[in-house]
Design a protein. Structure first.
Length: 309
């Protein structure tokens, strides 16, 4: 079992590596180090990198490994406070006002206090993350922050600095126990320095060949060794071709799973052409690899693996 502290957090960098590995996430030491520090320093962790390199998976695995709730705020263009933080239950408030009026309640201050109480507050992910059970602060995943606009990003500064949210009609909600915050970005735009300064930072890159092979062995144990090596070498080559969208680790796993389901023992041009849809997600990329360029990649892969023995 991994070494943990009294708060059920990993007690060392090696313990982080072991903890994630127990849940099938193979983390390099630089990632394990920054994750360990984020947990110990109670600082948000900002993970940046290409889509498909496993940034979101880190938060999911961490929540499972630490037995914490996972609260996910999926960002998108136009995300606002009502969708991300809170909103008032207006129909219920209106009903309460009418019932109070019908009962002859004339104290407007009391009525206002009643309708702007916790009973009518609809809690969205940010507020949920701040109001956790004692001893079980959640893993709060703010996913793909770069998809939002700068106004929402600015709003998050209070959350990430003080772990609190101010609701004008209600007051300030402050976390009694800080959530574990993971922020991810695919870098479709630059996130402002003011937000980054509140976080520890790590760039999550595509894994090296040996690392990706280890992932395939763990995630797709039914894939034979020869095919696993060919898959990894092929995908690594594709990422050097400047495709519209390079295949991520998830796509590599999907391809290995698909080829295993088809009982393939090695790559061949026909198999590649038939299964590229599990690996590549844009028709222009698929058309390019189904042609002579894809056959050239396969020839290079087989020659390099043969030479390597």
């Amino acid at each position: 079992m991994p070494e943990t502290s009294s708060t059920n957090l990993p007690g060392s960098i090696d313990a982080v590596v072991d903890l994630l590995a127990e849940h099938d996430y193979l983390a390099g030491r630089p990632l394990a180090t920054v994750l360990f520090l984020a947990l110990r320093m109670q600082r948000p962790l900002f993970l940046e990198g290409e889509a498909g390199v496993g940034k979101t998976e880190i938060a999911k695995v961490l929540a499972s490994a630490l037995d914490r709730p996972l609260i996910r705020l999926q960002c998108y263009e136009g995300l606002d406070v009502a969708s991300a933080v809170y909103e008032w239950n207006y129909p219920a408030q209106m009903l309460e006002i009418r019932l109070s009026e019908a009962a002859g309640v004339s104290d407007r201050d009391r009525m206002e206090h009643d309708i702007f109480s916790a009973r009518y507050l609809i809690r969205r992910p940010v507020l949920q993350a701040l109001e956790s059970e004692p001893g079980r602060a959640p893993v709060f995943l703010i996913d793909e922050l770069d998809r939002t606009d700068e106004a929402f990003e600015a709003f998050l500064l209070e959350v990430l600095s003080d772990f609190q949210v101010t609701i004008p009609e209600y007051g300030t909600v402050k976390a009694t126990e800080k959530p574990i915050v993971i922020v991810t970005s695919n870098r479709t735009r630059e996130v402002h320095d003011a937000l980054k300064r509140r976080c520890l930072y790590h760039w999550v890159d595509y894994p090296k060949a040996a690392e990706e092979l280890a992932i395939i062995r763990r995630k797709v144990p039914g894939c034979n060794e020869q095919l696993s090596r060919q898959i990894v070498a092929y995908v690594q080559k594709l990422r050097t071709l400047d495709l519209f969208k390079n295949p991520g680790v998830a796509e590599t796993i999907d391809w290995a799973t698909a080829l295993t389901e088809l009982d393939r023992l090695a790559l061949d041009p026909e198999t590649i052409a038939d299964t590229l849809g599990t690996l590549l997600k844009y028709q222009d990329d698929i058309a390019r690899i189904q042609g002579s360029e894809g056959q050239k990649v396969l020839s290079e892969v087989k020659a390099e693996l043969l030479a390597a023995g």
